[in-house]
Design a protein around this ligand. Structure first.
Ligand code: TYM
Length: 346
């Protein structure tokens, strides 16, 4: 019997301690940020803005692949930007912008797409997954999605891309695309490195699937405390722990796994309580809800303050996009030269 080769587990790095370089990452405007976004990616964004030249983007062009409600995309883009700022993204240190304010991304995606064999994008796991989850809307942009993602990163010649481990295949494809372009037109683009922190792909409240807005299994960061509590209390724990007296298995229990991050000083003790059945799942969930609510209390307060400043988020996004214009134009200029676009004498 043959087995499909599994991709190697992604190598983890400490995002705060890498040699200096340009950082780029993007997030879809899918509504309020959730705990999976934070653990997998946002805390790395914030750690990396300290020492690096960091650029973060709300990818509204990408959102068009799955959402066709214009008002919702616009609102969610604003909401995601507000959330990132409240969590500590500092516009004095890092650039935060809206993808569609820099339309050069879509032009570069077109240019890069000319070196991408169709088979590369057809085999992307996210495309296969979307084919299953939205069979009535397999639009062309879904196929191009990873090429636009490569363009997002390549246009700023970014070296580091802090992302959750669910993005591993996309980052590998980005590297392949950049290599293919460089091989054809001469070295120019940087092969970006994915930066994975110590978080796994965070499972949702169903305990089985990746935490994701579209699956409705999220723990929100900015919801009211009683909503967060309800979400945490609905979490599936160790499905083999039937009776209160059965020993639990913290290694498989999603609630215990989250305690690792939200109760860093005592998660081992919490795990021991589960293993020995000294504590029940309900107690462990209650504690997790308290911890998550407390962990994000300051950010929630900050979000409230920022949302009372009219025009603030829009101003940050506008200034961010403006700062990036020369960089984006320079990259396109090099592409035009090498690829033969534009007039004979430049
Ligand atoms: P998106 O919007 O799905 O997620 C944004 C970031 O959050 C991380 N993340 C998770 N990490 C761990 N566990 C989870 N359950 C979880 N859910 C989300 C993601 O890994 C991501 O880092 N294709 C990207 C957006 C994108 C992009 C880019 C990223 C477009 N262009 C260029 C980096 C560079 C996406 O859909 O992320």
């Amino acid at each position: 019997m043959t087995t499909t080769p599994q991709p190697a587990a992604p190598a983890e790095q400490d995002p705060a301690n890498l040699p200096r370089g340009r950082v780029f990452s993007g997030v879809q405007p899918s509504g309020l940020p959730h705990v999976g976004n934070y653990l997998g990616a946002f805390r790395s964004y914030i750690a990396m803005q300290e020492r690096h030249d960091a650029i973060y983007c709300i990818v509204d062009y990408h959102a068009l692949t799955s959402t066709h409600n214009g008002e919702l995309i616009r609102q969610n883009t604003h909401e995601m930007a507000l959330g990132l700022l409240a969590l500590g993204l500092d516009p004095e240190r890092a650039v935060l912008f809206r993808q569609s304010d820099r339309p050069e991304h879509t032009e570069l995606a077109w240019l890069l797409s000319s070196v991408v064999p169709v088979s590369w994008v057809e085999r992307t796991p996210s495309f296969k997954e979307k084919r299953r989850s939205q069979p009535e809307d397999i639009n062309h942009a879904l196929l191009t999605y990873p090429v636009l993602m490569a363009a997002d990163i390549a246009i700023y010649l970014a070296r580091y891309v802090p992302v959750g481990k669910d993005q591993q295949a996309h980052l590998e494809l980005t590297r392949e695309i950049v290599r293919a372009w460089n091989a054809r037109y001469g070295d120019y683009f940087v092969e970006p490195e994915a930066v994975f922190n110590d978080s796994p792909i965070v499972r949702g409240t169903d305990g089985a699937n990746k935490m994701s807005k579209s699956l409705g299994n999220v723990i929100d960061i900015f919801a009211e405390p009683d909503v967060i509590r309800r979400q945490v209390m609905s979490m599936v724990t160790d499905t083999e722990r039937i009776r209160r007296t059965d020993p639990g298995r913290p290694e498989v229990c999603n609630v215990c796994q989250l305690h690792r991050y939200f109760s860093p000083l005592e998660f081992e003790e919490i795990w021991e309580g589960e293993r020995t059945a000294r504590t029940g799942c309900v107690d462990t969930k209650r504690l997790l809800a308290d911890r998550i609510i407390a962990f994000f209390a300051q950010a929630r307060e900050r979000r409230r303050e920022l949302s009372e400043r009219p025009g603030y988020v829009e101003e940050v996004l506008r200034a961010g996009a403006e700062r990036l214009e020369p960089l984006a134009r320079e990259t396109l200029g090099v592409c035009h030269d090498r690829m033969g676009l534009g007039p004979i004498a430049r």
